[in-house]
Design a protein around this ligand. Sequence first.
Ligand code: SF4
Length: 446
Amino acid sequence: MKILLINTPRSPHNMILESAPEEAKKYIHKRLIGPPLGLMTVAEAVKDYDVVFFETKGEYDLFPEITPPLKQLVTNLLNEHKPDIVGTTTIASEFNYAIDIFKTVKAFNPDILTVAGGLHTSLSPNDFTDLSVDLVLPGQSAHIFREVVQAKEKNESFENIPGIIINKEGKLYSTKNRAYKFNSAEDDFLMPNRKLIERWRNSYIVGNAKEPSTYLFTSLGCPYKCTFCSIWCQFQGKYLQRDIESIITELKEMDYNIVRFADANTIVNEPVIEHLFDRIEQEGIKKTYIMDIRTDTAVNNPKLIEKLAKAGLKVVICGFESFREEELKKYNKSSEAKLIHQAIDIFHQNGIMLRGNYVIPNDYDDSDFKALSDYTSSHKVTYAGYTILTPMPGTPFYEEIKDQIIDFDLAKYNFFNSVLKTKLPLEKFYENVGKLWLIKKGTDVI
Ligand code: SF4
């Protein structure tokens, strides 16, 4: 049984970048850089089979001149490897590419089984009606993928596999619910094999870093429920903490010195993180860490931030979201704007480079942009990011605002394009967002 796992390319749509003043362009995020941890986990679940892993983002980043367009690239892979099963995981903005991959597979050989997984299958499973998709695996489904492979191997019906969706000529049928839900952070954790991505290692170098970074997750999900966020929806509000010794093992085994904790929210249970960093110190693990931390967490735990900084925490990503209390309430952020400056002080006092992110709603006019610009100019961080408040399918915000959506092309749902009608003329809105990216302390992209 030969399995081909293909990571989708990233969406090229970025209207903030296109409309920004020249001097701002170098600071605007062009792409999210990092290994496909989810698909690597899927590969681990079927490692005793013949698995071919292909990372299209890394391929296009490293070899842009010689890498053919997606259809040809996939056809080449199919010719070379002759797989029985092709799988991919996808987020909303890469959904069209996932379908392109499956269409190419079916045109090559309709007998190849196509399997879709990833965030978008959890949040919008009903989108996967294209005839090129055979099976949809929502949720934490790496182990379920293994059951699919075994069923295919034995020529058994997929209908006996609980928790999956079968596409029968464009109509989706759910199999029965699973009695046991896999816990991918604890008993069912799968250690990602970083050898799979060795070919693309150098594509994971961020900014001016001298070496690549990698992702490692210490938890899944988030206990908060921000209206625009898809992460808590994906995990139905659960927060799953990974076993500390398993994290230590992964840190010791990996040959990367820069580690981005790929958690939605790393510090939820403070004693656990405190213990993790005690163990990191005991084991003499010396690495540079990047982490997502909320403002209220930093303000409530300054000693913990100091400890993490001493142990190697160098970059923190902080979702400020808004400088206005009423907007934070509307987003259900469960934090206060007045904490932003305290959090900035705590991070900067500890020598941590801070990336503070704001989301810009579609109803901002010139006076709102001026107020935000004044605020961020007097609350500068190393590097600030300004993205567009986007109704991600499957979130409460999507339900709240769906009648205002004017662009349903999922490729634009990556926070760098407005899919809602803006109060300002669209070009002016984008230009204003683009200009904001100039307001920061640092000179580099982090
Ligand atoms: S935005 Fe951050 S804090 Fe809010 S639900 Fe998402 S991950 Fe959690």
